[in-house]
Ligand binder design. Structure first.
Ligand SMILES: [Cu+2]
Length: 180
């Protein structure tokens, strides 16, 4: 009798544990994809780099800028539609924001945001900056950052107010990183 009780208790514990193990086995682990690319300024010089990690729940963008890379203060940051940073003076070849759904620009705009919208990056007094942020975009697949013509991370001269069209008053494009 005592023995049987013990067996039942064991079963009671063992069953959920087994079920959990099976559940974990059934869920194929989603590997985190990583992408890194240098950031170039208007003179074509490298000023830092981006790192993108894309996993099951989020795409995480890390931006690292070395001292002297940017003017101190806030800078608008967006994913632009084409992965071309070759026209370093203006970075216009990167085209407009990634925006498949034709939304208005602005994280704080009621008709937005567009897919390229990102939070601002703050550069320190020495021009260095470090930031990490998430995006709704995916790294690979349909309508992703690495689509046919790729995309670019653009850093603007001024901060993005997250409201005004077309780019929140962020001004000139001062740095660019290819995502392809
Ligand atoms: Cu932009």
């Amino acid at each position: 009798m005592r023995c049987m009780k013990a067996a039942l208790v064991l079963l009671g514990i063992a069953t959920p544990a087994l079920a959990l193990a099976q559940e974990k086995k059934d869920e194929a682990p989603v590997a985190v994809q990583t992408y890194e690319s240098p950031i170039t300024n208007n003179k074509g010089e490298p000023i830092g780099q981006i790192q993108i990690r894309d996993g099951a729940n989020a795409l995480v963008l890390r931006v690292t800028i070395k001292a002297g890379g940017l003017t101190p203060g806030w800078h608008g940051l967006h994913f632009h539609a084409v992965g071309d940073c070759s026209d370093t003076e203006k970075f216009e070849k990167s085209k407009a924001h990634v925006n498949h759904d034709k939304r208005a620009h602005g994280l704080l705009n009621g008709d937005g945001p567009d897919e390229g919208d990102l939070p601002n990056l703050f550069a320190n007094a020495d021009g260095s900056a470090n930031g990490e942020m998430t995006s709704e975009m995916a790294l690979t697949g349909e309508e992703s950052l690495k689509d046919g013509d790729g995309s670019a991370l653009i850093i603007h001269a001024n901060e993005d107010d997250h409201t005004q069209q077309p780019i929140g008053g962020a001004g000139a494009r001062v740095a660019c990183a290819v995502i392809k």
